[in-house]
Design a protein around this ligand. Structure first.
Ligand SMILES: Nc1ncnc2c1ncn2[C@@H]1O[C@H](COP(=O)(O)OP(=O)(O)OP(=O)(O)O)[C@@H](O)[C@H]1O
Ligand SMILES: [Mg+2]
Length: 256
């Protein structure tokens, strides 16, 4: 069956895209889904997050620009998460808007999900890696922080995706956005949550959110996920609940 393709995109940097890509993949793994993660950012944080050596024999440029048989970096024994590491030389100039879609369509492996970790950049008139990812995707997902800059970017992203849908006839859906690094029970967070919930974009806001938790940083430092270092901790629970909501939203779309 064709995998479901999910891109994680925001124009604002440092809001938790890479962390979410890694942990949504980890949650899907725990549900026995087979997942391919693509590091589509020249910062290569996803590859670093998994401690993949910089000289790994195959990377996203090979995937996009050659017919070499993919070699995936595997995440240890009995894991269902495979990775195409990033390249610091990845440039829009070498690509077309359909490049990633074509490469993903050619995958022979039987993945349930492909998750694409994108760089922080707005999608505008110039061809960007984010736009190329949108072209390949069934769904786009965005983490946000409870601050006005992060939130301002969401409206712009939704409208850029709608423009691509109208102008280029692509079938992508904006799955929604969720708060990350939440400091629960603060007026700051509850204020932003209700402001957004009551706004026109409110229908895209996930009920679940990810709390700020040092386990996330500890896991990153060790090249692991929170599921490995604290499987029953609150960060594990948060990502598990978020992933359940993602799956249920995807089911809703697919039944429409
Ligand atoms: N829920 C969380 N609790 C604690 N720290 C977090 C949490 N989410 C993310 N972080 C930390 O915030 C930093 C930025 O996260 P991350 O790299 O995932 O953001 P990003 O959106 O991918 O950044 P960029 O836009 O540069 O690609 C990292 O140090 C990460 O460990
Ligand atoms: Mg990142």
């Amino acid at each position: 069956m064709k995998p479901k393709i999910l891109s994680i995109i925001t124009q604002k940097g440092g809001v938790g895209k890479t962390t979410s890509a890694i942990h949504i993949a980890g949650s899907l793994d725990r549900l026995n889904y087979k997942v391919l993660l693509i590091d589509f950012d020249t910062q290569k944080n996803l590859s670093l997050g998994y401690d993949i050596p910089g000289d790994f024999e195959y990377n996203v440029e090979d995937f996009l620009l050659t017919d070499k048989k993919p070699i995936f970096s595997e995440r240890g024994k009995n894991k269902n998460v495979y990775i195409i590491p990033g390249s610091s030389n990845l440039k829009e100039k070498k690509l077309k808007n359909s490049s990633l879609k074509k490469a993903v369509d050619k995958l022979k492996e039987d993945f349930d999900f492909v998750i694409i970790d994108c760089p922080p950049k707005p999608i505008n008139d110039e061809l960007s890696l984010g736009e190329i990812a949108v072209f390949a995707s069934d769904y786009v997902l965005s983490p946000i922080r409870a601050d006005k800059y992060s939130i301002a970017g969401i409206g712009a992203l939704i409208s850029s995706i709608n423009t691509l849908k109208t102008n280029d006839g692509i079938k992508v859906n904006f799955l929604g956005f969720f708060f990350n690094e939440v400091e629960e029970n603060t007026n700051h967070f509850t204020g932003f949550y209700s402001l957004l919930k009551d706004s026109p974009a409110g229908k895209f806001l996930f009920k679940n959110f990810i709390r700020k938790d040092v386990t996330v940083k500890n896991a990153m430092d060790k090249g692991q996920t929170v599921f490995e270092i604290k499987p029953d901790g609150r960060a594990s629970r948060d990502f598990t609940n978020l992933t359940d909501e993602i799956l249920s939203k995807i089911t809703d779309y697919e039944q429409k």
